[in-house]
Ligand binder design. Structure first.
Ligand code: FMN
Length: 366
């Protein structure tokens, strides 16, 4: 089978050394919401990926819903990311910052003083949130963003994107998936606004499209990307009859912005239905630039989808946690380490973070 996975790929103005992408993964090692040298080691170890998408980084104090996640809205935060992006570049890698505003998936304990839990509408999501102070707590009722606050939130995304470029990132990915703020606008379950940002498809997609447009004007469409997860149910996102129409319209509109890529996450490997292949085809038809598909991939499925032209890039999440040298292992058909320690996914420190061995070390130690 022809091996497209290890070919280069032009993404906007940069060239990726291969088509294996490290999917964005929150790891909660960002003490005081800052980048640090441990995080630089972690990303440098994984820089064999054609592209790394960073963990979710908040564009706003209001978006820091989880404990120990990083931000990109203060000068100190921008500075703290510079050694991390430099470490990836020194190792020949590329890295986009994922801008993640958690919206209603949040808790006041995790937010800095003065920040608030906000959402399109004042509708609580089912579920709980970890806090370092009191353990798991019910998700709170969010405050609906006023029109003025909505404009301010949009500006925060734009400024964070500018900050990301200053911090040395090659671009940004807007996190409009997994039930966070941007997806909360897309769904009629979480968005029941009566202004022009709620109601029909055009209105529910308006905030996401405006953010994408303004960010792409600020830093360039070739440095701007977006992640979507239609049919995902994570973070209390029930289905609705207009899902296909919503995402087809979104893809059509996003296409006009000249974005670097559209990242489609299929939650089908987890507890959700697969994204129907017809919707994937419609998105492919509407969006003319690079497509990146993620969710439950292994090497043979990746080859299959690339060869069939379904997508241009393939994202891997959990395999990159346990195999820092994933691309090297793929290229040489080496076995993967599949033993993921779930207990250390979000705990501070290097255990379960930077101590997964590369293949050679593993063979020496046996
Ligand atoms: C520990 C962990 C943290 C994650 N954090 C994020 C995140 O910050 N942003 C995001 O868009 N997706 C996040 N995801 C989802 C992954 O990007 C990916 O889509 C998912 O793991 C499915 O891919 P896989 O089957 O290759 O693991 C996370 C997944 C894991 C396992």
């Amino acid at each position: 089978m022809e091996n497209n996975l290890f070919k280069t790929h032009n993404l906007g103005s940069i060239t990726l050394s291969n088509r294996v992408v490290m999917a964005p993964m929150t790891r909660s090692r960002a003490i005081n919401n800052l980048g640090n040298s441990l995080m630089a080691d972690y990303y440098a170890q994984r820089s064999g990926a054609g592209l790394i998408i960073s963990e979710g980084i908040s564009p706003s104090p209001n978006g820091l819903g989880y404990a120990r996640i990083p931000g990109l809205y203060s000068k100190e935060q921008v500075q703290s990311w510079k050694p991390i992006t430099a470490a990836v570049h020194e190792n020949g890698g590329r890295i986009f910052a994922q801008l993640m505003h958690t919206g209603r998936i949040s808790h006041a304990h995790n937010l800095p003083e003065g920040a608030r839990v906000v959402a399109p509408s004042s509708i609580r999501a089912q579920g709980q949130m970890w806090t370092d102070q009191q353990g798991l707590l019910d998700l709170p009722i969010p405050q609906a963003l006023s029109y003025k606050e909505l404009l301010a939130t949009k500006s925060e995304f734009v400024q964070a994107a500018i900050n990301a470029i200053e911090a040395g990132f090659d671009g940004i990915e807007l996190h409009a998936a997994n039930g966070y703020l941007l997806e909360q606008f897309l769904s009629p379950h979480s968005n029941q606004r009566t202004d022009e940002y709620g109601g029909n498809i055009e209105n529910r997609t308006r905030f996401v499209l405006e953010v994408a447009k303004e960010v792409s004007i600020a830093i360039g469409g070739d440095k701007t990307a977006i992640r979507l997860s239609p049919y995902g149910v994570f973070n209390d996102m029930p289905h609705y009859p207009e899902i296909d129409a919503t995402y087809t319209y979104l893809a059509e509109q996003l296409d006009t912005l000249g974005l670097a890529y559209l990242h489609l996450l299929d939650h089908g490997a987890e507890e959700a239905p697969h994204v129907p292949s017809q919707l994937k085809k419609s998105i492919r038809q509407e969006f003319s630039n690079t497509l990146l598909f993620t969710g439950g991939y292994n090497l043979s499925k990746a080859h299959q989808d690339l060869s069939a032209g379904v997508t241009d890039l393939i994202g891997f999440g959990k395999p990159f946690i346990t195999n820092p040298d994933l691309v090297h292992r793929f290229q040489r058909s080496l076995p993967l380490n599949i033993k993921l320690d779930a207990s250390t996914l979000y705990t501070p420190g290097e255990k379960g973070y930077t101590d997964y061995p590369v293949f050679a070390e593993e063979s020496v130690s046996v």
